[in-house]
Design a protein around this ligand. Structure first.
Ligand code: UDP
Ligand code: MG
Length: 153
């Protein structure tokens, strides 16, 4: 089983898409194992988006992520990282496939509703960045037998 991090960005919060987006992940069969609302700081954003630090638009990305609180969600499932990335769609909402979250709800590269970890290694680092161990929960997924075959995990 893998865990991955999703951030519902201010674009999701302000547009009233929180329920809609979380509902997609729930219906897919991913298990919510952590969730909270937080305010992002420059310090955390500079760590989280370190790969964009030298970009001319880094300041506007930081401003955008601080426009409202965000909701961080930890999701668990087989191949959860890749599944959630696929469900999120490519970065540019205008180009993202219809049927994906960004493809259905975003017209922008920046205002693209969700963040999703891009690899298992990144997911581990990002979950640690946003959740303390006591904020991540280990509990049985009662519908498990209807979500996976017993030789899939
Ligand atoms: N971003 C942007 N302009 C760009 C590239 C990225 O505004 O040219 C923003 C966008 O919100 C994106 C985030 O920075 O989701 C992180 O960029 P990354 O390349 O990691 O894309 P992602 O993994 O979110 O698809
Ligand atoms: Mg990324």
């Amino acid at each position: 089983m893998q865990k991955t991090l999703v951030i519902l960005k201010p674009s999701a919060i302000q547009r009233g898409l929180v329920g809609e987006v979380i509902s997609r992940f729930e219906k897919k069969g991913l298990q919510i194992v952590g969730m909270k609302m937080i305010s992002l700081t420059d310090e955390v954003l500079e760590e989280h988006y370190a790969h964009l630090k030298e970009k001319p638009f880094f300041q506007r990305i930081k401003e955008s992520m601080k426009m409202s609180p965000v909701i961080v969600v930890a999701l668990k499932g087989i191949d959860a990282v890749e599944v959630v990335r696929k469900m999120s769609g490519t970065t540019n909402g205008r180009e993202a496939q219809p049927g994906t979250i960004r493809g259905d709800y975003s017209m922008s590269v920046q205002e693209n509703i969700v963040h999703a970890s891009d690899s298992p290694a990144t997911a581990e680092i990002e979950l640690e960045r946003f959740f303390s161990p006591t904020e991540l929960f280990d509990y049985p997924q009662l519908m498990h037998v209807h979500i996976y075959a017993n030789d899939e995990y």
